[in-house]
Design a protein around this ligand. Sequence first.
Ligand code: ADP
Ligand code: MG
Length: 497
Amino acid sequence: MSIIVSPQERLSLRSKLREHFGFKRFRLGQEEAIASAMQGKDTVVVMPTGSGKSLCYQLPGLALEGTTVVVSPLLALMKDQADALARRGFPVAEVNSTLNDRQSKLAEEAIEVGLPEFIFTTPERMADPEFREVLKRRKLDLFVIDEAHCISQWGHDFRPDYLDLGHAIDDLGKPPVLAMTATATPEVIDDIVESLHIPDAELVHTGFYRPNLSLSVQRADGEEAKRNALLHLLSGAEGTGIVYCATVKAVEELTAFLESLGLPVTCYHGRLSQKRRAESQDRFMRGEVRAMIATNAFGLGIDKPDIRFVVHYHVPGTIEAYYQEFGRAGRDGEAARGILIYDPADRALQSFFRGKLPDAEDLINAHHTVARLADEPEAPNLSDLMKISPLPKTRLRVCLSMLIRFGLVREEKGRRYRTVRAELMPGEARRLASRFREREERGKLKQHQMVEYAESRSCRWAGLLDYFGNEELPGQACGHCDRCEGLVDRAQVSEAG
Ligand code: ADP
Ligand code: MG
């Protein structure tokens, strides 16, 4: 790391921290990240969830002269961050798809006269050349990409729209870039640096070890054993936590089961209405429930510091996803737990395609089927598509999900589909098909590594840190995972004997 912070700079940063945010001291990594951004360098910040990445752009954004653009993957996340700054009295603008034409116009006028200090926006908006023209009239002091792992196909939250950000940055005349993420294996960091065209970026990486989180895996075979294991955990647990399931169906069934036993739980998944999701999230945030039962749709950017446990009811697809999800526990630094309930049969839940993968021709056919119904008043659903599809149903579904993942088809309310572009070229379809094949292979490897974690006989933390790139534990063993505790117990027994 070649970020040098002079003593004067340190003093001045600290006084700004107190003045603007009321915090006494920086957390690990923040000062380096902020100094790097203030020196106008491109910077990639890799810090665990809850460690305070937002401050790394907020402080420079305020201190530097110019406007700061912040790109977020989720509207809810954007709103949280914008509200937090607005509450502190800083002028912010949000530019996203929820604005109507008049509101957009007003926001753009405010930006043109340089009112907002911070502009929160989406990757879709950044892809719009007209919006970029508006931004070009301002001096941009910092271009921030939050949850930057979304740029990587190998990250678990891949957003195809993130892929165009590099082009947007170039078009804006290359303002200093600050990319932030909690998930970064070396390959994801490489993707971020490459996609954003910031080869010389400084890397601020605080490591992955979270000594207040204890990890364990509970083997349970079959639904009944798993439910019993969960009940046991929930009845002994203190505070509020999250239980992650792999599917919407599992979330609903498990919630109904726990409610039938009188346990105070609530649930969250992508197929609930906006209103139900908001209610559920509020109850969880207020600590009214023992647990939130959820799919991975819940959690990105949730700022609840006192989550005491995160249980995985199914084995996650990757170690990155697992780390990010259990990492939501214990942000307040107090003891918290990450527990995986492991049934080897659940490996089948990961959505790998068995049998022949769709090829380029299948993709073109599927895309064309959706495009043919584009002029209907209502976007087609699967059964509308089946009426004219040359592909059998399963194959069509597989193709649709690929096209969605790569941003060529949009899924709308009521599982209806719309093409994003009128045509899909053969070359492009071939590239997609082969990218997809690679992705599947990589996905299988990643899941294999997750299973190795579950079945490992050695220290859980040591295994994770090794996976993320050879970080060493402060001691020989972490002392607070099921493997190390077992070792400690056995050591005591043999000493006593
Ligand atoms: P991340 O994006 O890394 O998950 P956030 O930026 O949302 O984390 O910060 C998590 C919490 O930590 C927030 O409530 C924030 O106000 C708080 N925080 C950040 N920096 C500091 C600091 N230096 N001192 C005290 N609290 C901090
Ligand atoms: Mg964040």
